[in-house]
Design a protein around this ligand. Structure first.
Ligand SMILES: Cc1cc2nc3c(=O)[nH]c(=O)nc-3n(C[C@H](O)[C@H](O)[C@H](O)COP(=O)(O)O)c2cc1C
Length: 130
């Protein structure tokens, strides 16, 4: 199983990554289920932070789509490694729900991060306020 964590920056003129996330999650829920990909999509300001886990071939294919997706730029891979198990659980794609406050989401995210390796958690902690 391959695990990728990357950051990128929205190209939406609003400057808010959040504005793309509904459309992205709709696409992700169609494709990720079929390809065995799970993970987490976090937006903060203009930045996306995404963790993806799944079979090597599925991740490689998705990365090709992602690198040519005009909705974001400056895709920077922070972690790219083999893992035995899914660190982010069975989430199709975790995201803050509109009705959920930022605090509630951060609490949920911190809960999730208890299950990931220290290296991985550190990348998230740098982005997500403690
Ligand atoms: C920040 C970001 C995250 C994305 N995450 C996913 C994802 O988890 N799964 C997915 O299928 N598509 C995701 N997409 C969309 C893909 O880039 C691509 O548009 C979609 O998979 C359709 O690919 P295709 O046009 O090559 O068929 C994401 C796009 C962006 C900008």
């Amino acid at each position: 199983m391959r695990q990728i964590i990357y950051t990128s920056v929205t190209t939406n003129p609003s400057g808010r990554a959040e504005d793309e996330s509904v459309a992205i999650l709709r696409q992700a829920s169609l494709r990720n289920g079929l390809d065995g990909i799970t993970g987490l999509l976090y937006t903060q300001g203009s930045e996306f932070l995404q963790a993806l886990e799944g079979p090597n071939d599925s991740i490689a294919d998705l990365l090709l789509s992602l690198t040519s997706d005009p909705r974001h730029r400056d895709l920077r891979i922070l972690i790219d490694r083999e893992t035995e198990d899914r660190e982010f659980g069975d989430w199709m794609m975790v995201h803050r729900e509109r009705r959920e406050s930022v605090d509630d989401f951060d609490r949920r995210l911190h809960g999730l991060l208890l299950g990931v390796s220290r290296e991985t958690a550190e990348y998230f902690r740098a982005l997500v306020p403690a």
